[in-house]
Design a protein around this ligand. Structure first.
Ligand code: NAD
Ligand code: K
Ligand code: MN
Length: 359
């Protein structure tokens, strides 16, 4: 059929409430452009069937879908035999090597607008999970290997520069003609700790810098470096100075969760898991068992994730319309509409309706 398919993987908890909200918004912004297939996955599915990520889900994503939206999985804190996180497996099987997380708000925690994107390397660093422990005369000693490769660092660098180049082009297009303001710029901040880890973080930083040569469009992007500890300090003090930040897996995990606090709630931060061949939009939050089933989960993180997905599957205008409608609902700050995580009395359905009306 001429309609392209989007895979929907709500998985567990509030994923089942916020992914349908995102689907409604996609259908409203692009009526009958896409068809949707619902795919099984998650801890609840594991409890019913013994399988967390059915092979058929991966097969349908690969063979039929233009992209997908993932909700959230409930990973139990105790070890459950035979279970491991299906989103981690999905990222691996589809080689989604970048986690792209925009953190934007018209009024951030420090009162100024925040508009940054964190690009986290998604495949290596300490997450290769190569750990061991030995006994010594002074007690146990544990070790972990940390892998940083030129290949993975250079391709995550390309992702960061390519986003910055797109943002620069967009800023130039939307800058007011003839205005006296300074010409638009875009910047990549390379986050590392190569003052201490000169070999591993040194390779990361050099490879990201080298990736700027990989495309002529990257030439006009400014580059700066920030040690990860002072990055955290500056993100608290002056988050508005950052544009695109790129980091190895562990630093990226930490700074991107922290950055979510700058914009008020986990319920508004979306992300995209991106590879060269596939993309999965995914809200940053988990399955929120404390509020699941009550119709009050904030759908904005999933709706923003839907926009990130659309932007990467050839529908950038629809994505921009969704983001503008979300910004308008947030800027209005109507507490009868917004959900409780933002101090409101509203519902998932109410927020979704307001966004759809504003498209
Ligand atoms: P969580 O993100 O589920 O919830 C943290 C807090 O934020 C809770 O108080 C929750 O009510 C609130 N919250 C989160 N999303 C919200 C939304 N859309 N609207 C309103 N409030 C929202 O994190 P957690 O409590 O640490 O973990 C719960 C479960 O989710 C665990 O099983 C964990 O393993 C899993 N988890 C999954 C993912 C993922 O799917 N990638 C990510 C993080 C946590
Ligand atoms: K999630
Ligand atoms: Mn995290």
């Amino acid at each position: 059929s001429a309609r392209r398919k989007i895979g929907l993987i709500p998985a567990d908890g509030i994923g089942k409430e916020v992914i349908p909200a995102a689907q409604q918004v996609i259908e409203a912004v692009l009526p009958s452009r896409f068809s949707f297939i619902h795919l099984d996955c998650g801890f609840e599915h594991f409890q019913k069937t013994g399988v967390a990520l059915p092979p058929d889900t991966v097969k349908q994503l690969r063979e039929e879908c233009a992209g997908a939206l993932f909700g959230s999985v409930s990973s139990p804190s105790h070890k459950v035999a035979g279970y491991s996180s299906p989103i981690v497996a999905l990222r691996k099987q589809l080689d989604l090597y970048a986690n792209v997380r925009p953190v934007a708000s018209p009024i951030g925690g420090t009162g100024k607008p925040i508009d940054m994107v964190i690009v986290r390397e998604n495949t290596e660093c300490l997450y290769i999970k190569s750990e061991r422990i030995t006994d010594t005369p002074n007690g146990k000693v544990a070790f972990a290997d940390r892998q940083i490769s030129e290949h993975a660092s250079r391709r995550i660098g390309r992702m960061a520069f390519s986003l910055a180049a797109q943002r620069l082009a967009h800023r130039r297009k939307t800058a007011k003609a003839g205005a006296a303001a300074a010409p638009p710029t875009a910047k990549v901040t390379i986050v590392h700790k190569s003052n201490v880890l000169s070999i591993t973080d040194g390779l990361f930083r050099e490879s990201v810098r080298a990736s700027q040569q990989d495309d002529a469009r990257f030439a006009e992007v400014e580059v700066e470096e920030q040690l990860v500890d002072s990055m955290v300090y500056r993100m608290f003090r002056e988050p508005e100075v950052f544009d695109v930040a790129v980091a190895p897996n562990l630093y990226g995990d930490i700074i991107s969760d922290g950055a979510a606090a700058l914009v008020g709630s986990l319920g508004v931060v979306g992300s995209a898991n991106v590879g060269d061949d596939f993309v999965i939009g995914e809200p940053v939050h988990g399955s929120a068992p404390d509020i699941a089933g009550r119709g009050i989960a904030n759908p904005i993180a999933s709706i923003r994730s839907a926009a990130l997905l659309l932007a990467r599957i050839g529908e950038p205008e629809a994505a921009a319309r969704i983001d503008a409608a979300v910004d308008a609902v947030l800027a209005k700050n109507d507490l009868r509409v917004l959900t409780p995580d933002l101090g409101g009395k509203g519902t998932t359905a109410g927020v979704t309706d307001s966004i759809i009306k504003g498209l």
